[in-house]
Write a protein that binds this ligand. Structure first.
Ligand code: GDP
Length: 607
């Protein structure tokens, strides 16, 4: 009867949200297999390494006599910060609070005009402003409007679409105060309109509806109002509480009214205040690696004031602020609440939605960053850890002949990694296959990505989206048998992963070098065009083989074919190293003496 799992007598066991039975077993010094067995007895099939729901952990705890306490990642982080005497939720005396601008996210159905509206708002402001500078895309920007005689600021998050919004919420970051829901008046309420509305409701964020494209003859703005009442958004003019504003983003109509509505809604339903003094806190909105400038992050300050020279930590990245820029690329000295700024000086790229904070000194931020990194690594390893026999058995029992496709995703900006991951999870995955993303991150593919992949008990493929691995990392990957695939277009990545999941991957070809030759003479013949007299320097040349031409080490022609090959006067199919030959190339007519011709074959690569 006894399966060997220890029995507690009410001892507290603290587990991270989403912990596995292995994690639980570690805490109570048990064999993970025995916990799988216990869960089995309780009527639930759970593998040792799968992430469990709160209910499962609590149920098992109760069954074994432990007082399980589930710690959310936010709580864990709070505890970590507490070690450094940092309290993010510390009460601030009322007289230290100042009012701050609302932070707005634009959402709505595709093609209803989100991007155009963000452009229109930005432009309307540039005309008024003095700078007239070109606004850069940094993920957020601030505009100023006159409202009841006072100039007020509004901050807009410049990533339309729902992914950014949900990604930030998923990390527990509350960034958005108000959602502008864009609905095209010529199209009406559509599926993503409802999706956006639900996101906003779930986040408890008030909505202002922008009824867009009213310049179109077929526009029917009243119908939009009508339709949305069914979803609980009743326009003020119909006795409801939601402000609807007719706009046309393209010609720029109604933009000021829309911003007024945002401010009115903010004043009516939100208490937007924040402390302006004290070390800055906020959220990373967007970040990427810049060749010249290193990690570049846009952060939204939520409390306090951020200044150049501050030591900051954002997610697992830390550093000292080298410079701050606004959305016009203008250096700024400091940024207060609701101000988005571009920050230079972080040692790594934080994720979108990671919280950031300024602290006393470099040492503190470095220690916080290191501890966070360690925790993330542990979490990744927990998901990819090799399995013991019993668990493998149980797993197969549960999953029949399941196979899984395991991925590490790396991308140039956090937004692209998230978009890729999101799209992957929306794939229609065959029953017998499981898709697992064991790690994700921004930046080049590193040695530690490869080690993580090779440490897994199953094959793991690393996906590089707009990023590459260095030669050294590539060597490690080869040695460890880890496959790396590169993509620059999201849909292509999705397509191939989809195909792999369905076991339908097309054969893959690889280039196999045949040989190279040096051009020593060039003739022109009226009949066949350019003929090159060459000497084969390595390997062999073969008629009809693919080739490329190099001049001083640079490729000058790609994708050419050796269309004819001669030894003296006779046609040859092959010419070997050390011999002279004459050849013509199809696809390139500009050979010069000293050029090198490299030939290769495409061979199907075994999978
Ligand atoms: P998004 O997918 O929601 O970001 O939509 P876009 O901003 O890309 O706009 C989709 C299309 O609608 C584009 O061709 C825009 O030019 C057009 N559009 C956007 N706003 C207006 C508008 O106010 N009037 C008209 N006539 N067309 C608009």
């Amino acid at each position: 009867m006894s399966s060997g799992a220890p029995r507690g007598s009410g001892q507290v066991v603290r587990l991270s949200r989403g912990a596995s039975l292995s994690d639980f077993a570690d805490r109570i010094d048990a064999n993970p297999g025995s916990l799988v067995q216990e869960m089995f007895n309780l009527g639930e099939m759970v593998t040792a390494t799968q992430s469990c729901s709160d209910d499962t952990l609590l149920l098992l705890g109760e069954h074994l006599g432990f007082d399980v306490q589930i710690v959310s990642p936010e709580d864990e982080d709070r505890e970590l910060l507490a070690q450094f005497n940092i309290d993010l939720d510390a009460e601030v005396a009322k007289d230290r609070l100042v009012s701050r601008p609302p932070v707005v996210t634009v959402m709505g159905h595709v093609d209803h005009g989100k991007t155009k509206l963000l452009d229109a708002i930005r432009k309307a402001n540039v005309v008024e402003g003095e700078s007239g500078g070109i606004t850069q895309h940094i993920g957020a920007y601030q505009v100023h409007v006159e409202h009841e005689g006072i100039e007020r600021a509004v901050t807009l998050l410049d990533t339309p679409g729902h992914e950014a919004f949900t990604a930030m919420r998923a990390r527990g970051a509350k960034v958005t105060d108000i959602v502008i829901l864009v609905v095209a008046a010529d199209d009406g309420v559509m599926p993503q309109t409802i999706e956006a509305l639900n996101h906003a409701k779930a986040a408890d964020v008030p909505i202002v509806v922008a009824v867009n494209k009213i310049d179109k003859p077929e526009a029917n703005p009243d119908k939009v109002r009508q339709q949305l009442t069914e979803y609980g958004l009743v326009a003020e003019e119909y006795g409801g509480e939601t402000m609807f504003v007719n706009v046309a983003a393209k010609p720029g109509i109604g933009i000021d009214e829309l911003l007024e509505a945002v401010l009115l809604t903010a004043d009516a339903s939100l208490d937007l205040t924040a402390p302006i003094d004290g070390p800055a806190q906020g959220v990373a909105i967007e970040a990427h690696l810049d060749k010249g400038r290193g990690a570049v992050a846009t952060v939204l300050v939520q409390k306090g004031t951020l200044r150049a020279g501050d030591s900051i930590v954002a997610g697992g990245a830390h550093g000292r602020v080298r410079a701050l820029f606004d959305e016009n690329g203008t250096p700024v000295v400091e940024a207060g609440p609701a101000r988005p700024v571009l920050v230079l000086g972080l040692t790594a790229v934080p994720g979108a939605g990671d919280t950031f904070l300024a602290a006393e000194d470099d040492r503190t931020v470095r220690q916080i960053a290191e501890q966070r990194q360690a925790r993330r690594r542990a979490a990744s390893f927990a998901n990819s850890r090799g399995r013991a026999t019993l668990e493998t058995l149980m797993e197969q029992l549960k999953e029949g002949e399941k196979t899984s496709l395991n991925l590490v995703l790396k991308g140039d900006v956090s937004g692209s990694v998230e978009a890729l991951e999101d799209a992957l999870f929306k794939l229609d995955i065959p029953e017998e296959v499981q898709l697992r993303i064991i790690h994700r991150g921004v930046g080049a593919i590193t040695e530690s990505d490869v080690m993580l992949a090779s440490a897994s008990s199953e094959a793991v493929t690393i996906i590089g989206f707009n990023v590459r691995a260095s030669n050294k990392v590539r060597e490690t990957a080869d040695r460890e048998g880890v496959e790396i695939r590169y993509y620059t277009v999201i849909y292509q990545a999705i397509e191939e992963i989809d195909a792999a999941l369905k076991g339908l991957l097309k054969p893959e070809y690889e280039e196999v070098d045949l040989g190279s030759a040096e051009v020593r003479e060039v003739f022109r013949s009226s009949k066949v065009g350019m003929i090159a007299g060459c000497i084969v320097r390595s390997g062999l040349l073969r008629r009809n083989a693919k080739a490329r031409v190099l001049r001083d080490g640079a490729v000058v022609a790609e994708n050419v074919t050796i269309s004819s090959l001669k030894r003296f006067k006779d046609d040859a199919t092959e010419v070997r190293e050390g011999f002279e030959c004459g050849l013509t190339l199809a696809g390139y007519g500009n050979l010069q003496i000293g050029d090198s011709i490299e030939t290769f074959e495409m061979r199907e690569k075994p999978r």
